[in-house]
Ligand binder design. Sequence first.
Ligand code: PLP
Length: 428
Amino acid sequence: MNRSETLFEQAQQTIPGGVNSPVRAFKGVGGTPVFIDSADGAYLFDVDGKKYIDYVGSWGPMILGHNHPEIRKAVLAAVDKGLSFGAPTASEVEMADLVADILPCVDQVRMVNSGTEATMSALRLARGFTGRDKFIKFEGCYHGHADCLLVKAGSGMLTFGEPTSPGVPADFAKHTLTADYNKLDSVKELFESNKGEIAAIILEPVAGNMNCIPPVPGFLEGLRALCDEHGALLVIDEVMTGFRVSLTGAHGYYGVNPDLVCLGKVIGGGMPVGAFGGRRDVMEHLAPNGPVYQAGTLSGNPVAMAAGKAQLNLLQQEGVYDALTAKTEKLINGFKAMADKNGVPMTTNTVGGMFGFFFTTEAQVTNFEQVSACNMDHFKAFFHGMLEEGINLAPSAFEAGFLSLAHSDEDIDATIAAADRVLAKIAT
Ligand code: PLP
């Protein structure tokens, strides 16, 4: 047994499933998860000393590469001054100003500790502001693990939600209406049949939790118009896409203005951070000024703010997103070329620093149904083949991949060459 296998066996005694977040357990691909010892730039190093080129990036935050020297320096400087004060700091004001400067849709922002807290709090605020209980989410979109968000449509029925996890009371789930991503008509029907009752639409502006599905032209604009028509708020969950698809996120990239935006991952530079912000009149409904309660012992933590601010400052440099997009396109075009060369059917999607590849004969993948119908055996073989080659991809066919600015041309070329070898084996 290698050290990862030993640690996984040991972990399962005292940690449920051996992991602190389910996807890490490799259930989607089989086998033993790799335990990581350290990370630097584009690379991970496991506890057995093997090096990997990493395309997970801690599930999104590490957009500048792992252990970036300037972020590390900022964190260490903050640590020197103390770990947490439970009182306001200048650092929080600087962070709020930074976010409001970068995102024109943000008048005010509240810091939290995770993406889950951001979406959960934004929805509570949307409900408190509108005085309505129901909201719309899309099948295949993940917004963290708050009760009301762990709901999907029952066999495509666009009526009342069903809990997808035991432990979510049906009484909570019934306020969650589920529509089909990229299908505006499914949203229109829900507004028609729930007139005056819908507080908000929440969505991933590029879905990254059913692989990588960009919005079709007119979808985001159509949602904005429906919200305006029916007095509902548009809550854009940019926990994954924020500062990743472009500096101004996916809503900036596609030019659609949310009422509230949820942030996480990149904004924390690798520390546990989330945020939600938006229109002043809505945000002022939050405690202590307004009646909608929301709080956090460690929210705005000074060490986390230092990491996030350092990362956001670096991301504002000229050319960052052009470089990130070019790297991402080089990688995903390389995967596609190798799949074609080896006769393995594959379709790809990419926006900014996010990518997805699908083992399918469909020319375009735009919804959850199509993703679910992809060849999972090919995905598993590709994942394990690449891991063996020292390439770390997300261990699930339902996750997007991420590039960082630390990935060099040589790293990407080596990854494409590995993909060629692995796809050749899959083809035989
Ligand atoms: N929203 C989106 C779009 C996400 O991708 C995630 C996590 O992957 C979340 C919310 C939840 O964030 P966290 O895992 O930090 O709670």
